[in-house]
Structures are given as structure tokens and as C-alpha cells.
Design a protein around this ligand. Sequence first.
Ligand code: GLY
Ligand code: MN
Ligand code: MN
Length: 488
Amino acid sequence: MTEPRLPLHTSSHDLPVSPALDTFMRAAWADTPLPGGDRVPARDLTPARRARVAARFPGERLVIPAGTLAVRSNDTDHRFRPHTGYAWLTGLTGEDQAGHVLVLEPDGDARHEAVLYLRPRSPRTGGEFYRDRRYGEFWVGRRPGLAEAAGLTGVRCEHLDAWEKLMTGSQPPTRFIAGVDPAVDVWLGDARRIPVPRPAPAGLDTVISELRLVKDPWEQGELQRAVDATTAGFEDVVRSLPRALAHPRGERVVEGVFGLRARLDGNGPGYATVAAAGAHACVLHWTRNDGPLKRGQLMLLDAGVETDSLYTADITRTLPLSGTFTPLQRTAYELVLAAQDAGIAALRPGARFRDFHQAAMRVIADGLHDWGVLPMPAEEALSAENGFHRRYTLCSSGHMLGMDLHDCAQARAGAYLDGVLEPGQVLTVEPGLYLQPDDETLPRELRGLGIRIEDDLVITADGARLMSAALPRTPDGVEAWMAGLLES
Ligand code: GLY
Ligand code: MN
Ligand code: MN
């Protein structure tokens, strides 16, 4: 009998396979149906999305990669999440999409045909299904076969091997999203081999970002589901506060409870939860979450659930851990709330995107001046050449929200930052006040206060609808809501 092949290096996980075992493994497997639905939920929406993108690039091959697995440690990878453009155009949102590529192929008639290059389910006649720990079915789960993937998406599907062959053949003018899949970057990034279209229109990722700015009713529904699931997570966090307060790393308990509720509902977080007690709240992206909670402190919780469709909520509440704001905390909170109210009031179709931020900052600057923190009138502090209020606010008061947390980020300024709001756009309004614990411009009692109030809104025909209205924002409302949850 032949000796099993030994690995060249220590590998405690993959054991060598004898030829006899290999033969035994390949035989006698029943056909199994693909688990889950047989159509991706967005299947009926994706043809029009692809047509709108393709119409901007007549005669060009368009390449949209899903992205690749990224090593987390040695032989284990980070969870995979496909590139948003790929997911939006295919409806495929799962962790099994790593390495896949969507190609919109010009058909010579000012139209494009979509082709998905996929790694299909590995046949049981080969060894991959049980030996390949990155892609084998017995290691990471069942993938669709080519016919199954075509049924799911309504798109013609080819083996990923054919993609590599395509790349070695002659190329039509080709445009691709760079920085998503290193192999695609290598194949297509060489300007000597690929004719660059002239004149160069907006990049593919820019066009996709801009077309994603307005959310259709289905997308708004997915975002509302994400917001509602996030509300449930915030409620569970409040219920668990007694336990978190008793734990030396209470912030981790808060993060864990939010994540647990997301998982209990079959979802997951859309970004790293910020659970920041006391002065940690002055760190915008405090995701270490390794500190304790103390009863007299505020805790800033910035968290959002992402559904299977990859639409995510993005909500922040700043909660008094004792259940009641101190007078000072209440005063500071009310200034941020007034800023948020002013920002929300500035949302309507035709308003400039920058208006709500400016409205919120005006309120903050006035308040800081009244407190004697800003030594000049708000007007002077807010001027472009000064911007002194930003020492205490740091970042913008909101952003587009959708499949990406900071959605549509590749859109040109004219369509987004310098553009006007349109019905169907979804965005956050999230002014904050971050009074650093070591800031000598501040009275001592204000140092270390960090407050953000963040809500998700959809622009309507005549204003905006607060999607996250189920979570109270006023100090009285927050206290009553917390009391109710802590009693139940
Ligand atoms: N959680 C990041 C943000 O609010 O934009
Ligand atoms: Mn946000
Ligand atoms: Mn946030």
C-alpha cells in the first residue's frame, strides 16, 4: 500500500490523504438541492441596474469583481463581504462570492450581456470538495453550481477558469473597479495590454455610486428592516445594563449583547459597534470596547444591523448609565439634540446636501459660544477660514446610508457633497459634541463628555421621514424608555 503523502510543513488541521481514502471519498454521494431560495431577493431589480450602468459605457467591457478573501491569521480568513457594486448588480450578497467576477460584455449593438464568472460547487469526482480548506464544500459549505447560480441571478454563469482564459485573449476597451481583487488589478491594470477608453468618462465605481444614491422602495424596505432590527438591539442593550455595569469590561458586554440580538434575529452588525463609556465617547471610532461602565457616566452606543441584503442601519444613542441624566449631562445633550433637530428640519428635496450639516453646526457653535467655550461669535467660528467649532465636533454631521455604511462614497461632489437632496435618498443626521478629557479650553466639568445622536432618514416628497423614530431622542424620552426596559 502506498504511504500517505506527508505535508512539507506542520499542519495540524489538514491530515494527509491516502489514495485509497481519496477513492473512497469520491464515490457514493447523493445529489442535494441548493439550500435556501432559488432566486436572490433582488433578482428582478438587477437587470435594470445593470442596464443603467452599461448604458454609460457603450462598447466597453465592464469588470466588477466581488473581492477576495483576506487572511486574518495564518490559515484563517476574515469573514468575506462582497464589494457593494458587485452585490448591487448581481443580487449575490453571500460569503461564498469571494473571487467571483461580473463582466458586462458589449454585444456590439450598444447593449451589454452580463456574465458571471464563478467558482461553482466542486464535483464529488474531484478532491476539492473535501481537501480544499478555503473553498471545499466540506470546509466552508455548499456553493451553487453554474446552472443553480444562473437560476438564482438570471445571469449567464461561467466557470472562473474561463475568466482567466478571457483575460489572456484579445481585449476590447475594458473598464474595471480597481483595488477590489488583486488578480483583476494585475490582469487589467497594465495599460500596455488594455486600450484605455478615450475620452475617459466617470469611472465605473463612480457611476455605480451615483446610481445607488436614490433608494427604490425595495431598498427602503430593507433599510427599514435593518433599522427595526437595530432598535431591538438597543433595547436588549439597555435591558442588559445591570450585567454590563457589573463587568470589568462592560463595553464588551454591550457590544456582545447588540451582536447577540442581531444574531438571534438571523442578522449581523453592519460595522464595528462603538460602545464607549465616559471619555471613550470622545473617540469617534472607539471600537476597542474594552473599558468598564460607571453609573454616573454617559455611554455612547453607535451600532447598526445589516440584513442579508447588506443594507445597514447606523444609529447612535448616548445613554445615562444611571438611567437619569445629571443636569450638566442634560444641558450638553440638549445642545446636541437641538443641533440634530435643526439638521433634520433642513432635509427636503432640493435642499443642498451640505445644508443639514451647516444648520446643525450653527446650533452647536451658538451653544458653545453661550457656554463661553468658543471665545468668538458663532459666525466667526463657523467661517471657512476658522472652523474653530470643529475642535469639539470633528466630523461631518451625516452621510448617505445604504449597502455601505458611508454609502455612495465614490460619487462625484456635484452628485453628492455639493449636490441637492432627492426623494428616496437615505442618510444619517448625527451631530456630536466631543469634549476631550485633556482639552484645556474647556471648563473642567465639561471635559470628557462625548455625545452623538444619530438617526436614519429617508427623503420624501416634501421633507424627510425618521426611520429610527422608535428609539427616543429627547432626554425625558430616553429616561422613560430606559426605565421601562429596566423594569421589564
Ligand atoms: N458609525 C460610523 C458613523 O456613524 O458614520
Ligand atoms: Mn453614521
Ligand atoms: Mn454611526
